[in-house]
Ligand binder design. Structure first.
Ligand SMILES: C[S@@+](CC[C@H](N)C(=O)[O-])C[C@H]1O[C@@H](n2cnc3c(N)ncnc32)[C@H](O)[C@@H]1O
Length: 259
């Protein structure tokens, strides 16, 4: 999927992304705490230099910056970047946010203790080639003793139906109630799916429907570990939600020592 298509998908969602799941404010605090604990267990309490290379509107980046780390956020979507900057300013949290592509990071080598990509963002990389390119970039910008932290949706669930629709959930917004749900239409390869984010939003005295579409890859654990090895990572490990308190499994790996 061309980067400008993904950028447009998230540009359209930038102002309503927080409605996709219930409790965005609590999610910022909870996810920040969980990732802080994971990174701290490996590298000590910090403060650490952290790159969130798919920060979107800032769920993980704001939480980590709020815990005192020096966080740089980055994302393809210009409107998400603008919103992340605004959210940081509203909370008086120090957060630098750049526009960029995780397959060609606009940062110097060996600059960060931690590189984060949260909430299944790497599922936007549809091929092994793009996945290895992004992971190679993440390794390049990590310090030799750094840690990679990716969070992913679990796809190893009982067979998903060919057309799966998530349960809708309602949220209260200043303009009135809003309802969000997603539709997943699987491709014949059973590895990719067309993802639609559907929102019914208050609009004056009525409603408007917003539908955004993109394609995602249902990456397996084996595929991710293999790609991380090819990109020069070692010590690949999975951390389950019951252990971390993060709502998705978390994958960590360390840069291979220079030979
Ligand atoms: C599901 S959202 C998660 C955003 C954020 N981590 C959060 O949880 O709020 C995925 C994000 O990845 C970004 N993204 C997808 N492909 C990207 C790429 N190649 N480089 C940088 N960002 C990318 C999207 O623009 C989007 O903001």
């Amino acid at each position: 999927m061309p980067p400008d298509t993904i950028g447009r998908f998230y540009d359209s969602l930038a102002e309503t992304y927080h409605l996709i799941r219930p409790g965005w404010e609590e999610a910022i605090a909870r996810q920040g705490e969980a990732l802080d604990a994971l990174a701290g267990a490996v590298l000590g309490s910090g403060p650490l230099d952290i790159l969130d290379c798919t920060c979107g509107i800032g769920t993980q980046a704001l939480g980590l910056a709020g815990r005192g780390h020096r966080v740089t956020g980055m994302d393809l979507s210009r409107d998400s970047v603008r919103r992340a900057r605004r959210e940081a300013a509203d909370r008086a949290v120090r957060l630098v946010v750049l526009v960029g592509d995780m397959t060609a990071l606009p940062v110097r080598p060996s600059s960060f203790d931690v590189v984060v990509s949260g909430d299944n963002a790497i599922a936007h990389l549809l091929t092994d080639h793009d996945l290895v390119a992004a992971l190679t970039e993440m390794r390049r910008v990590l310090r030799p003793d750094g840690v990679l932290v990716l969070t992913l949706h679990t796809y190893e669930e009982p067979a998903l139906s060919r057309h799966h629709v998530t349960d809708p959930h309602a949220t209260t917004t200043p303009g009135g109630p809003a309802v969000s749900f997603q539709s997943w239409r699987w491709h014949p390869d059973a590895e990719h799916y067309d993802f639609e984010n559907i929102q019914v939003l208050p609009d004056g005295d009525g409603w408007r429907m917003a539908v955004e579409r993109t394609t995602l890859r249902a990456l397996s654990r084996v595929q991710l570990v293999d790609a991380a090895c090819r990109a020069g990572f070692v010590a690949a490990a999975w951390h389950e939600p019951a252990e971390t308190g993060f709502f998705q499994p978390v994958f960590t790996a360390r840069p291979a020592p220079a030979s």
